[in-house]
Design a protein around this ligand. Structure first.
Ligand code: ADP
Length: 478
């Protein structure tokens, strides 16, 4: 099977969150099942050297305001297709936001262009290579099936994957012709969303199949609370909606080989973890102690629920816990954690920023990772936590609920617990979960057993890749 991924980011080239990790990892596991995946992403400046190593395979005289081309290149074990359109993507800084922290003013054109290029590959093929299925990821690729629908030629089916329904790509209806969308698509069954244009809604309405990144999130999306305005459409299409759990790249995230750690370790030899903890304590200005070292690696937004952590800090510190937090996002949350590290100097350490290598060291050196998300489509940091024996303390929602087994009495007794879950999702229950963690940590035998069990928990892509293949096959049958 030949598959085209269309997405706005892909690790290790360009990453702002979990989407990139998934796009960079799935093709490798599908390859072992005889599926060849080519990944179309914009040629942002970070990809300049990869672009230089590639070959032009498609050209556009005018792609939403300037000439563009698609460059094919192999890099990092991936078969990349890079949309080189300098007028849209050759900009320093964040791939979605301008220097003022606001969305780039022309994000509609930037990602319409990506979708348009994906659709053209599906319709025309690339020098003899034509995808059997297109998998469009998140709103940035949502218009792929719209552009295909506007063309009469035979075309491959489109599978739309929701990584986070909170981001929907909504723009004014006056942009219809600038986006090269036919007015007959501006309907309830097409791109129209309460009088505006929604890229994600278009993708969900016009694709053949829909997937999202965990079974629990798939169920949650059907409710008004989590569906964020698209639950009605998803309820109509629930037979086409599949929740497939994300995995992680087991080569990139491997405590036995990770070069970002000061000491590697494994299930059978955990000693290295202590050295990583010592390094973390030094990096975050934490004093040594006997309590658990908690960590956070996250975007700092209201979705991630870290405002609740601020309320829990006095209790966490009182019980001998320490916190190392790496994150960036909302300015007031950034400031609040910087203030907390001053107030609880030696017990709370904050580093504001985005640092891939440090995120690995944090997973390697911490005892537990805190993920109190208000909603979480899948979440990847709890999976890294499991793999690194850093027990996840998670809100019971979405993919967090699907991947962490709570250390309640029954689970401890039957030896299957891998972390701690809490619900309902509020600061009181979160604080209670932190206390339970401190109590468990004080029982080294039980704690070490849980660590080892967590590290053995399957978090790769094998099973999920099979599930994706099923969806691609059934999309082709439609
Ligand atoms: P989301 O995609 O909603 O941000 P996920 O848990 O799915 O959440 O994925 C987040 C990814 O981004 C993980 O790989 C995590 O390690 C990484 N990450 C988040 N914040 C940072 C940061 N400040 N520095 C380095 N990596 C980060």
């Amino acid at each position: 099977m030949k598959l085209l991924f269309v997405a706005s980011e892909c690790a290790p080239f360009v990453k702002t969150g979990g989407l990139a990790d998934v796009i960079g990892a799935v093709p490798k596991s599908l390859a072992s099942m005889n599926v060849s995946v080519r990944v179309l992403i914009p040629a942002y400046p970070a990809l300049a050297t990869v672009v230089a190593s590639g070959q032009t395979v498609m050209s556009f005289d005018d792609l939403f305001g300037g000439p563009a081309r698609i460059v094919a290149a192999q890099a990092e074990g991936l078969d990349m297709l890079l949309l080189d359109a300098p007028h849209l993507y050759d900009r320093a800084g964040n791939i979605y936001l301008g220097p003022d922290g606001q969305d780039w003013h022309d994000n509609d054109l930037r990602f319409a262009a990506l979708s348009y290029a994906g659709a053209q590959i599906g319709l025309d093929g690339l020098r003899g290579w034509k995808p059997d299925v297109i998998n469009a990821h998140d709103w940035q690729a949502g218009l792929v099936p719209a552009y295909i629908r506007q063309d009469d030629r035979p075309s491959p089916p489109v599978v739309m994957t929701i990584h986070n329904i909170a981001f929907q790509g909504i723009f004014e209806s006056t942009r219809l012709s600038a986006l090269r969308l036919n007015s007959n698509l501006f309907t309830k069954d097409g791109v129209e969303y309460f009088g505006k244009i929604s890229f994600l809604k278009a993708g969900l309405a016009l694709s053949h199949k829909i997937t999202t990144v965990s079974p629990s999130y798939a169920a949650e999306l059907l409710t008004p609370e989590f569906g964020m305005g698209l639950d009605g459409l998803l309820r109509e299409r629930h037979l086409d909606l599949h929740g497939i759990l994300n995995g992680i790249d087991l080569d990139v995230w491997n405590p036995q080989t990770d070069t970002s750690l000061v000491a590697t370790y494994s299930v059978s030899s955990l000693a290295g973890k202590k050295k990583n903890r010592a390094e973390l304590e030094a990096r975050f200005g934490l004093s040594k102690g006997d309590g658990p070292l908690f960590c956070v690696v996250s975007r700092l937004t209201s979705q991630k629920g870290l405002d609740m952590l601020l309320d829990c800090l006095p209790d966490l510190v009182d019980q001998g816990g320490k916190l190392a937090l790496l994150g960036s996002g909302d300015l007031h949350l950034e400031q609040a954690f910087v203030d907390a590290s001053n107030r609880y100097a030696g017990s709370v350490g904050t580093i504001i920023g985005y640092d891939e290598a440090l995120s690995h060291l944090i997973q390697g050196g911490s005892d537990a990772i805190l993920i109190p998300s208000r909603f979480e489509p899948c979440g990847l940091t709890q999976l890294y936590g499991l793999r690194y024996g850093t027990l996840p303390i998670v809100a019971r929602t979405g993919g967090l609920a699907d991947t962490v087994i709570d250390a309640n009495d029954a689970a401890l007794h039957s030896e299957c617990a891998t972390g701690i879950q809490f619900a309902p999702i509020n600061a009181i229950m979160f604080s209670h979960a932190i206390s339970r963690t401190c109590e468990l940590y004080a029982k080294p035998k039980i704690w070490t057993k849980m660590m080892r069990r967590a590290m053995r928990h399957p978090v790769g892509w094998d099973q999920s890749a099979v599930a994706y293949l099923d969806v691609y096959n059934s999309a082709q049958e439609r």
